[in-house]
Design a protein around this ligand. Structure first.
Ligand code: FE2
Ligand code: FE2
Length: 166
């Protein structure tokens, strides 16, 4: 049984995951527009993963007999300065999501809600991986410089990312 407050924050988290999906879909669209198909692929897979995160919480709220309430999804930016700009914004956004997950865990601990604590462990681990991936790509982009061969190589590498469903 989830507290009313917990249901509210879980519903808000569904919205944050949906916004994440929307943001990365927008970055994918922009990448396609500027001719970086590998980046477009990477961000579209990121979009798919975020939709799965939203669905995990959706299923959890349902399984606990509480009501999922969907909210308006904020408009995401449509223009980006560069591939670096997109990944810096991605990392910044993931840090915001990490904080949000941590706040959820804090609430679950405060409420002695063991089920939600265990449920959230997956997200805690996932956020470490998300931030690590973004930091890794940012480091590569720094090495590559703004354009030319380096960027082309990274685009090729990001083209190879495949969606893994669990
Ligand atoms: Fe997520
Ligand atoms: Fe994420």
């Amino acid at each position: 049984m989830l507290s009313e407050k917990m249901v509210n924050v879980l519903n808000e988290q569904i919205n944050k995951e949906m916004y994440s999906a929307y943001l990365y879909m927008s970055m994918s669209a922009y990448s396609t527009y500027i001719g970086l198909k590998g980046f477009a692929n990477w961000f579209m897979i990121q979009y798919q993963e975020e939709m799965i995160h939203a669905m995990k919480i959706y299923d959890y709220v349902n399984d606990q007999g509480a009501q999922v309430k969907l909210m308006a999804i904020e408009k995401s930016p449509t223009e980006f300065e560069s591939p670096m700009d997109m990944f810096e914004k991605t990392l910044e956004h993931e840090k915001f999501v990490t904080k949000s997950i941590n706040d959820l865990v804090d609430l679950a601990i405060k409420e002695n809600d063991h089920a939600t604590q265990i449920f959230l462990q997956w997200f805690v681990t996932e956020q470490i991986e998300e931030e690590a991936n973004d930091n890794d790509i940012i480091a590569k982009l720094k090495l590559a410089g703004k354009e030319g061969n380096g960027l082309f190589m990274i685009d090729k590498e990001l083209a190879a990312r495949k969606f893994k469903s669990e």
